[in-house]
Design a protein around this ligand. Structure first.
Ligand code: HEC
Length: 193
């Protein structure tokens, strides 16, 4: 059996509370090791995995997070600090007037949750790993199809859906997201009042 070292919550990188704001989510497990008699704890920090991709609003409960990936190492008496960082809320473009009727938007909702939500979030709410489509300028013109059919972002992990979905279905998804963008706009306007 390897010896398991149980650490107290350590004062790290100059904080004394034992709480460390990592400026991002942490999904990985830490590792601890000893170098020349000094113990270190290292953890991979970064926001990702199925929860923030898929869970939408639920994954935003603890605040807005971006994927600020890095390896953090702690030791007793460590004094370093992370550089300053602040979450910057992106601008929400003025949503287009949706042209979808109720049936089309309902179809778009179902298709979105079958084909897109696993990466872009439940109800089109992204928790900060991949683009939140309600904010996307691609909703506004043919760029929507250049991406979803033409595959112009495939090298970045957004492939064409032309094998799975017709243009009509992709238009229904677009109309659903436009409706979602209007909900967001209303909520933001209300908060600002
Ligand atoms: C396997 C994960 C995955 C799925 C599923 C997925 N996407 Fe994406 N999508 C991505 C990634 C990654 C990007 C970011 C690409 C980049 O950074 O250029 C992206 C970006 C986009 C963008 C550009 C957003 C912007 O303005 O930056 C649009 C539009 C888009 N996706 C639409 C869709 C639609 C519609 C579906 C469902 C039919 C879908 N995606 C399903 C991974 C996915």
């Amino acid at each position: 059996m390897p010896r398991v070292i149980l650490l107290p919550i350590i004062p790290v990188m100059g904080t004394s509370s034992g709480l460390f704001p990592a400026q991002t989510g942490i999904v990985a497990s830490p590792v601890t090791y000893n170098v020349d008699g000094e113990q270190y704890v290292t953890i991979l920090a970064g926001w990702g995995g199925v929860f923030p991709l898929l869970a939408g609003e639920a994954a935003l409960k603890s605040g807005k997070v971006s994927n600020n990936s890095r390896i953090l190492t702690f030791k007793l008496g460590g004094k370093d600090k992370l550089p300053d960082w602040k979450y910057i809320e992106p601008d929400l473009p003025e949503p287009l007037v949706g042209t979808g009727n109720e049936k089309q938007v309902a179809a778009g909702n179902a298709l979105f949750h079958r084909f897109c939500s696993s990466c872009h979030g439940d109800k089109a709410v992204s928790a900060g790993v991949l683009p939140d489509l309600r904010y996307s300028y691609a909703l506004q013109d043919e760029t929507w199809f250049d991406i979803t059919v033409g595959g112009i972002l495939k090298d970045n992990g957004m492939v064409s859906f032309s094998d799975q979905l017709t243009n009509e279905q992709l238009e229904a998804i677009r109309q659903y997201i436009i409706v979602r963008a209007h909900f967001l706009k209303k909520a933001k306007d209300k908060n600002e009042k």
